[in-house]
Design a protein around this ligand. Structure first.
Ligand code: NAI
Length: 334
């Protein structure tokens, strides 16, 4: 099938070209993000492949359907950026890659924890500058600390498995208990209890209307003093302004590690080093010594990229054959 790709980077093109050698689809790559203005670029393409910051709202979906698209394949697990009822109304099937490498994201969450804890970001700069002063770099042993995992799906469970090796005490909050986590000794508690007890809180739940701003001024006030917050899930799980206020006082929140940001759409996935960034909230975050930010790279391992490409192209093949895998279909026309 002819597939129009949006928001592609060089690494996307490399992994999809490799995966397509044995699959034989026609791949058309666009660097532009998908929105109603760029949707006509997919005209005559039966499938469109989109990424996390593409805008799949009603006008865009309408334009894609008018151009002859029947299938949207997301090269992501999350699908909060798609207006699903609108997709179904316009006769579009939406498929995703439910699990490509949960460990890649879980390992990235651990990288953020250790960087913040042991001040690796500051030590790196000091040593390069010939400054071997250790003052201000004191960390803490992970062993014996309490880790709170919010969302124990595939990534949260992978994280629990890693942290078991650190001899951490594990708490979790999730409406559904994962048998693997229970077997690892993870104790499920309500969110206020988790926030009050955890030295490190790591978010791994999807962004929904219920979880938007899950961490706001009220829930931050419930957090243990001096705790660390890690968010590799979706930016809008945090009320960023409330988080900044909390970081300024350092009372409840002493460290923040994020791979995602509420307003990341206009910022991430491009080199903006020669421009003046207009987002003052983001810029304020970058001034804190106790904040580490990465630009949505939790998924970015060789293994995950290969799996994303293989599953995405298989989703197209299965759809064409009339047997789409039900666990990968997010919505389909009624
Ligand atoms: P999953 O669907 O396997 O697990 C999500 C878990 O969250 C489920 O167990 C669900 O019951 C739970 N949950 C739902 N509502 C909740 C709530 N209100 N409170 C607590 N738990 C709740 O998803 P997976 O694969 O583990 O991914 C988690 C999130 O990670 C995705 O939704 C996505 O936003 C993000 N992600 C980030 C990536 C990155 O590169 N930074 C890459 C892949 C995913």
């Amino acid at each position: 099938m002819k597939i129009a790709f949006f928001s592609t980077q060089a690494y996307d093109r490399a992994s999809f070209d490799t995966a397509n050698r044995t699959r034989g689809h026609e791949l058309i790559y666009h660097a532009d993000a998908l929105h109603d203005g760029t949707a006509p670029m997919a005209a005559s393409c039966g499938a469109v492949c989109a990424f996390v910051n593409d805008r799949l709202d009603e006008p865009t979906l309408n334009a894609l359907a008018l151009g002859g698209t029947h299938l949207i394949v997301l090269r992501s697990a999350g699908y909060n950026h798609v207006d699903l009822p609108a997709a179904a109304r316009h006769g579009l099937t939406v498929m995703r890659v439910p699990a490509y490498s949960p460990r890649a994201v879980a390992e990235h969450a651990v990288a953020l924890m250790l960087t913040l804890n042991r001040n690796i970001h500051r030590a790196y700069n000091r040593v390069r500058d010939g400054n071997f002063d250790l003052n201000g770099l004191i960390g803490f042993d992970m062993a014996g600390k309490t880790l709170g995992i919010v969302g124990t799906g595939k990534i949260g469970t992978a994280l629990a498995r890693i942290l078991t090796g650190f001899d951490c005490r594990l708490l979790a909050h999730d409406p559904v208990q994962a048998p693997d986590c229970v077997a690892l000794g993870v104790v499920y508690v309500d969110l206020p209890t988790l926030l009050a007890r955890a030295d490190i809180v790591s978010l791994h739940c999807p962004l929904t209307s219920e979880t938007r701003h899950l961490i706001d001024a009220t829930t931050i006030a419930q957090m243990k003093r001096g705790s660390m917050l890690i968010n590799t899930a979706r930016g809008a799980l945090l009320d960023t302004r409330a988080v900044i206020d909390a970081l300024k006082t350092r009372e409840h929140l002493s460290y923040l590690g994020i791979d995602v940001y509420e307003e990341e759409g206009p910022l991430f996935f491009a080199d903006r080093s020669s421009t003046i960034i207009q987002d003052d909230v983001f810029e304020r975050l970058t001034t804190f010594p106790n904040v580490v930010i990465t630009g949505h790279q939790g998924f970015l391992t060789r293994e995950a990229l290969a799996e994303i490409a293989a599953v995405t192209l298989d989703n197209v093949t299965d759809f064409v054959a009339g047997r789409p895998r039900i666990d990968r279909v997010v919505t389909s026309p009624a």
